[in-house]
Design a protein around this ligand. Sequence first.
Ligand SMILES: Cc1cc2nc3c(=O)[nH]c(=O)nc-3n(C[C@H](O)[C@H](O)[C@H](O)COP(=O)(O)OP(=O)(O)OC[C@H]3O[C@@H](n4cnc5c(N)ncnc54)[C@H](O)[C@@H]3O)c2cc1C
Ligand SMILES: *[C@@H]1O[C@H](CO)[C@@H](O)[C@H](O)[C@H]1NC(C)=O
Ligand SMILES: CC(=O)N[C@H]1CO[C@H](CO)[C@@H](O)[C@@H]1O
Length: 610
Amino acid sequence: MSIIVPIICVVLLIFILKYVFSSSGPNPFETDTREPLKKMVFDKKEKNKVLKQGFVASRVPENLDAIIIGSGVGGLGLAVLLAKVGKKVLVLEQHDRAGGCCHTFTEKGFEFDVGIHYIGDLLDHKPFRCMLDQMTNGQLQWEPLENPFDHVVLGPPENRRQYPIYSGRTRFPEELKKCFPGEEKAIDEYLRLAKKAGRGIWFLVLLKLCPVPLAKFLVYTGLAKHLSFFFKMASRSLTDVVNELTENKDLRAVFTYIFGTYGNMPKDASFAMHSLLVTHYLNGAWYPKGGASEIAYHMIPIIEKAGGAVLVRAPVNRILLNDAKEACGVSVMKGQEEIHIHAPMVISNAGIFNTYQKLLPKELQAMPAIQKQLSMMKHGEGGLSIFIGLNGTKEELGLKADNYWIFSENNFDELVESYLNGEREESAKKIPLLFVASPSAKDSTWEERSPGKSTLSLVSFAKYAWFEEWKDDKVTNRGPDYKALKQAFIESILEVVMDVFPKITRDKIEYIDAGTPITNTHYIGAPKGEIYGADHGVARFSPELNATVRPQTPVKNLYLTGQDVLLCGFAGALAGALTCGSVILNRNLHLDAIALAKKTKFVNGKLKGE
Ligand SMILES: Cc1cc2nc3c(=O)[nH]c(=O)nc-3n(C[C@H](O)[C@H](O)[C@H](O)COP(=O)(O)OP(=O)(O)OC[C@H]3O[C@@H](n4cnc5c(N)ncnc54)[C@H](O)[C@@H]3O)c2cc1C
Ligand SMILES: *[C@@H]1O[C@H](CO)[C@@H](O)[C@H](O)[C@H]1NC(C)=O
Ligand SMILES: CC(=O)N[C@H]1CO[C@H](CO)[C@@H](O)[C@@H]1O
């Protein structure tokens, strides 16, 4: 045994390296495609010409190489990668504008983002930043948040404790130690574990990219867990790990607060997933300059330049199959009429549940391979969003480019559990966790776009079942009971906000509304109002699932991209697109992006005369 294990490891390593470095397809990251910065466009009408191109059959390009269902960053990102190697791609979006979770909407003159508050890992020259620069031809700019970028607020109104969270590999632990004297060891150990597990993410990507037999071998021999600290920690819950580190309840809470960015309460959360988020923000946090709509706005022209198109108001109602039961196109509902579009490849960004359960015919849904994947995934928690438009500048309202995570107590597991399992009318009265941020304060172009105004964006969780009874009503008219329930949530949330931000008073509020899980179903196609797609609990990170759910589906020529393939979040969905692109183009695009990052750093270095 003792001699066999190392031998197997070496043989495997050779296989893995061979696979990872074998690249046969064209490389979208071959050359640096950044262009000099153009003047930003603020005019809504101009932007809508790009973001809101309605579906009509005459706008569908001929001889398509691929069709992508859904225009989230997982769909648009993949379309850009394919367009960069000359492929003609059609992206179809059910909503009336492109972007998915990155879309924005305007009410009473206030522009709101839907699903982008802060993104990490965007330091200049880092591979992720380089990749995004390339995917937007250098036109998308990023604004750093304040440091501290997060504030954790714990406890009831009469006893609120605030803990600032700083970015920086040394600053993060240093500042925490100032708040928790005597806990130095726990803080260092927490960070050590998080960094070590976070680094192991490459193994997760590998499991999804390497040939299935090799993946299965790694999983069933237990080598996946053996070789990767990520998988070793993946089966441990966040609560388990953190409770071993310290007895201090507030510190435990501060170690775990960021579970809100993937949506599992600490006892169900995988420490590996948590580590990814902790390390994601360790080098800082950023917000897209000009708001979230800039993301799609700068990606779409690249897709169009290669002959592709991004069309909205294009709900795909089914995937078309040929006689051999291979995907060969999609059907789009235009009023009562089905319009068929054909392409050799169909890629779905609509999430695993929509794709398998709504877009495939019953007989294919019943395939054991598909049933197996569905049985491994769960719907994630529903999201509740509150959008507030305020009269006043950020200075007048005391708003900054940072985020607040507000909890009514420090025992998150019990808090969240009793909230989500409670009666909806009761839960509406005491929302135990709340994310609060001011998107307008994060954006240096805001003052020019909307002088004298500000926005607040609040997020919490909510059960889909609480709102399900209204799901079939018209989105703009769901009746007085629905309105009253929303109002109950709004009122109790406002109480917390006005307490933590004393400069925000009722007379400043010009617009306020709430989006519930069924709102998410309507606008972002989330089947159960999920905020982050499929569930990210411990089960999501079993090596087996990670080897099974991959860009290729059991249906030939049908692929998955976006947050359900790899991980949620903007970076996770984009990494999903990169993983899917790797399969389609038959080369490891993660490595290509890293290689280009190194090259452009060199070029920039030379330009700066370093
Ligand atoms: C309130 C909220 C706050 C968030 N905050 C952050 C944050 O601060 N930082 C961060 O990194 N991440 C955040 N996220 C998560 C992040 O936005 C998502 O994980 C990511 O953008 C998902 O991208 P995606 O492409 O996989 O899916 P989506 O963006 O959901 O795109 C899927 C698209 O498919 C479309 N679609 C579905 N079915 C069909 C069909 N049949 N036909 C045509 N189109 C269809 C949908 O309309 C949608 O546009 C947040 C999410 C939410 C909801
Ligand atoms: C906004 O506030 C200013 C005073 O600060 C006031 O003059 C103005 O009428 C307010 N606008 C609205 C729409 O309430
Ligand atoms: C070998 C392995 O990791 N098996 C796991 C596969 O995933 C399921 C849950 O989805 C776990 O229960 C198994 O332990």
